[in-house]
Design a protein around this ligand. Sequence first.
Ligand code: UT7
Length: 325
Amino acid sequence: MPTIRAVPIGVGHFLPERIVTNNELAKTVDTSDEWIKTRTGIERRHFAAEGEFTSDLAIKAAKNALKNAKISANEIDTIVLATSTPDQTFPSTATKVQAGLGMTSGFAFDIQAVCAGFAYALTTANSLIVSGQSKKVIVIGAETFSRIMDWNDRTTCVLFGDGAGAIILEAQKFEGTSKDRGILACDLSSDGKYNDLLYVDGGVSTTQTTGVLRMQGQEVFKHAVGKLAESGENAMSKAGVTSEDVDWIVPHQANLRIIKSTAKKMSVPMEKVVLTVQDHGNTSAASIPLALSVAVEKGQIVKNNLILTEAIGGGLAWGAVVFRW
Ligand code: UT7
């Protein structure tokens, strides 16, 4: 049956100039390159400069995606931006990006699902396209997590980085089979009883401060592998594909050990897993589009590849999306 699909037509990313290695962090934090590398796989991360905001990273990533798609900003009708580190409480960072791109029409809004933000944003963009509301959507993940770190908490401050990635989805007609290009299936979940495993200890309505990130890392770890693999399996089954059909897993880049265990649980070999955690650290909602963009740039992901993305984070909120590039 002819079906409208949300098909990727461009991708791009932007990373702030400043690179901070584990050894540099170890000069001010009671940690070591060895501990960070062994426990997480992270070797370095990027930090935004003073005066460089989430919207700045997002605008640059979006411009790179537009260039890659060879279209102009005014052909875009919708911006969906996933972030937990907006420039301001309001307006949305997405509307700042809309202005920054010089868009004179369309609509833009933010999505807040922390590290699962990009899976939620892709799912929302897919629904907008499939329903006929939107024709060309730019989906962005952008974060400046360096701004919500407690630099006295070595269990969290070594894990995160800043960056942004963007993909452009276009409504296209296909046959309605698992061979179609575009988003084939989405699977989202959350469970608010785990709010206190990963949160920021401030907010508008509670403390009127921004707050800093707090995490019970081991507890989040325990939930991560099972929930990610289950969501990945659900998305593959909804899409009518198996793990053998998958060309690439593009996972949320939080911890190499979680990525490896999840891939193993879904019977996908590590050669088919895109890894950027070593270079970017955990960039929350930006990690998947950053990894996608890097993999396309390197020539790893090519047209018609079947991709599975999966992510989990604060909420807890998690999800997976299956799409064909
Ligand atoms: O993106 C959102 C989702 N978040 C995640 O997926 C994160 C999930 N959790 C994790 O990735 C891991 O739990 C961490 C990387 C956060 C921690 O790794 P772990 O293997 O669970 O370590 P741990 O918390 O059990 O700590 C082991 C030891 C402790 O020392 P003792 O008590 O054994 O003496 C910590 O105090 O490592 C110590 N430690 C550190 N040592 C050096 C904790 N942080 C550091 C550090 N440097 N930065």
